[in-house]
Design a protein around this ligand. Structure first.
Ligand code: COA
Length: 149
């Protein structure tokens, strides 16, 4: 972690409204409150936040199925981007997944989302395919994965 006074921790119910506002500011189709509640409470889901100087500035949501995981969303508050928060969160998740016996992690990202693709490549993900019009007409998804062992 590059910044002092930074904590990475599992998301709590009290973080839901902050997570929703991060989603709404950054994601075309934000999750609703019930989806975020499930993300926090379900045993097969993972939701972590970065708290910096007392404020939740970044969060990540993922789902595990057997020994695999799919990362749903990663968002950093626009004001705090480029400071290593998402990279630290990703590293935290990958360590946690490895310790839990997860062997492979998947994600999809819009083909022109350069910051997210760079984040994932820096975290060791490689491209294995592309899904045409996945996010709408002309908006392809790049499919990426990472082996954990
Ligand atoms: C993608 C996102 C989560 C990155 O968050 P962040 O906290 O700014 O990322 P970090 O500061 O940890 O950067 C991690 C790496 O990503 C890359 N990166 C981050 N922002 C970048 C940018 N604007 N352009 C190019 N690469 C970028 C860098 O390679 C960086 O690694 P480095 O510091 O070693 O060079 C953030 O831009 C965001 O919230 N975007 C909107 C939501 C979104 O599209 N989420 C992903 C799809 S669900």
């Amino acid at each position: 972690m590059t910044e002092p006074d930074t904590v990475i921790r599992p998301a709590l119910a009290e973080d839901i409204s902050r997570i929703m506002s991060l989603e709404q500011g950054s994601i075309a189709h934000p999750w609703d409150v019930r989806e975020i509640e499930k993300l926090i409470s379900d045993n097969n889901k993972k939701c972590y936040v970065v708290q910096y100087e007392g404020t939740v500035v970044s969060y990540l949501g993922a789902e595990t199925v057997l020994d695999e995981c799919n990362i749903g969303n990663v968002v950093t508050d626009e004001k705090y981007r480029g400071r290593g928060f998402a990279k630290a969160l990703m590293s935290y998740l990958l360590d946690d997944l490895k310790q839990s016996g997860i062997v492979k992690v998947f994600l999809e990202v819009e083909h022109d989302n350069a910051p997210a693709i760079a984040l994932y490549e820096k975290s060791g993900f490689v491209r294995y395919g592309q899904r045409r019009d996945y996010y709408g007409q002309g908006r392809d998804a790049v499919l990426m994965s990472k082996e954990l062992c």
